[in-house]
Design a protein around this ligand. Sequence first.
Ligand SMILES: [Zn+2]
Length: 113
Amino acid sequence: MDSQDQQQLREKIHQRLTELVQEHSDPGPTPERLSDQQEDEDARMDILAQASVDEALQGHLALELRQLKANLEWLDSDLGGLCSSCGEPIPIRRLLAVPTTRHCVECSAQKES
Ligand SMILES: [Zn+2]
């Protein structure tokens, strides 16, 4: 995985985290804090902090949030982007489609069968 792919995937994970938190939050007027052009690191940290509070409350949602955040750290590690079963690089397209995964298509299929 090159740094451009990694950056793209990190964006994807942050985007998904934002979606999850927004889906979960109470309906009603919310300030438009995150425009496409002004999404800064502080705002992202707010979302992550909020997400960690929500983790205690929502089972399924919390699981996905945890996996996304764990995968952000995983990306920074030596094993980032490598299948945790067979060690082969996971195609970036798969990671973008399923940002919570740590398995290549083959290993995931084996696990589920
Ligand atoms: Zn694999």
